[in-house]
Design a protein around this ligand. Sequence first.
Ligand code: HEM
Length: 113
Amino acid sequence: MTGTAGDRTLLATAVDRFYDLVLADPSLATWFEGVDMARLRRHQAEFLGSALDGGTSRFDLRTAHAGLGIDDVAYDRVCAHLLSAMAAVGVGEGYLRELRRAVEGLRDQVVEA
Ligand code: HEM
């Protein structure tokens, strides 16, 4: 999805929308207190643009989330916000299906509680 400049702009828009949804969700907001959100939005867009397209990423998700006590419920909610943000910017069904499968594959690296 992230081959062209247009794709990268779309992804950045989706990531902004994604974190707006996360921060507006009272069951998730506390995890992000004190986090530099501009940096996180940037890093998430970079991560999604590389790792989820089958490439490698400089981010180690296990290390990034270590000690945060993230459980399956929180993980499911974050993934739901990610998918609805992607859908809202007009990403196609096929890509959404791939994305759903890809984020399911990351669960073990993020959930620890
Ligand atoms: C689809 C699953 C997820 C992906 C792909 C993902 C990806 C990332 C990435 C790329 C970073 C930046 C790492 C860095 O800057 O070195 C990050 C940081 C972070 N993530 Fe996630 N994440 C996911 C799920 C979650 C969930 C479920 C939560 C909490 C409910 C969460 C909370 C955080 C927090 C708080 C940080 C910032 C940590 C810090 O800067 O100290 N993430 N995540």
